[in-house]
Design a protein around this ligand. Sequence first.
Ligand code: PEP
Ligand code: MG
Length: 325
Amino acid sequence: AQHAYAALRDQPALATCGRRVTLMMNAGLMADLPSLVGSGAEGVGLYRTELQFLIRSTVPRRRAQAELYGRVMDAAKGQRVVFRTLDIGSDKVLPYLKPQDEPNPAMGWRAIRLGLDRRGVMRMQVQSLMRGANGRPLSVMFPMVAQFDEFRAARQIVLDEYAREQDLGHTVPESLEIGAMLETPSLAFAPDAFFELTDFLSIGGNDLKQFFFAADRENERVRRRYDTLNVSYLTFLGQIADRTATHGTPVSFCGEDAGRPVEAMALAAMGINTLSMRPASIGPVKHLIRRVSIEEARRVIDEARCSGAQSVRPAVMAWLADQGI
Ligand code: PEP
Ligand code: MG
């Protein structure tokens, strides 16, 4: 099968109905980058910057950070890389950001919340990203945005740093995209102005699903209980896709579900046309998408949603089996 996937590497993820899905990869360490060529990914949809921080005992200095981000962009050879700012929580303890004893770290002082309270760290990371870009286009996104003001404040930090770099006579990125991860249900109901202001959105399905169902993503007792193809969840994702489409806001999905072929197909059917996943999943996801009609998949999903079923999975699997898939 690996062989068959390799043959698909340079083929587009084009469904039989003509719908084109963009498949990108997730990364977090320099060692992941060679997969960009090997997998046929169309860029890095999620670069988890905290991984580089977690493997060190002191905060990487600006120069080291900038060098690293620059090398990541070099390795991407002009393809888009979306850098996610630090997603540190009190479960991922850094010696230089004092650990807090929190009963629910996933819902605690993490990600953008910490970034806005410790602005020095955020500013340094943003400066490093700009210096690493060294005149190339730069995409930055913030994790765990729960309300509009958090995004506004973080975005302003990026704009301030851009102006400061310019004042210092440094080379600024040729273009700048500032986006948010949609990982909390609240953000899906943010004011229209949020959808207008953000340059793009990426759905962090791992967190979004755990908060949607109130089921800890790391708790084996509950984490498999709620199907990604659950009608409530798919309906919610469809509403997000529709809202972003109304505002012309590009939306992608970068949680683990994007790398599961049937789930990926369902996400595309709900209107999410860009998926970012671990590199090894690109082949299997592309293989399935090229064999099906996304439009028909949507009809099957909609019918199942109306039937009172809890999950559309049985209907989708039966439909695939009918086609010999
Ligand atoms: C997610 O929550 O889906 C996501 C991509 O981010 P992480 O898994 O790093 O929390
Ligand atoms: Mg997340």
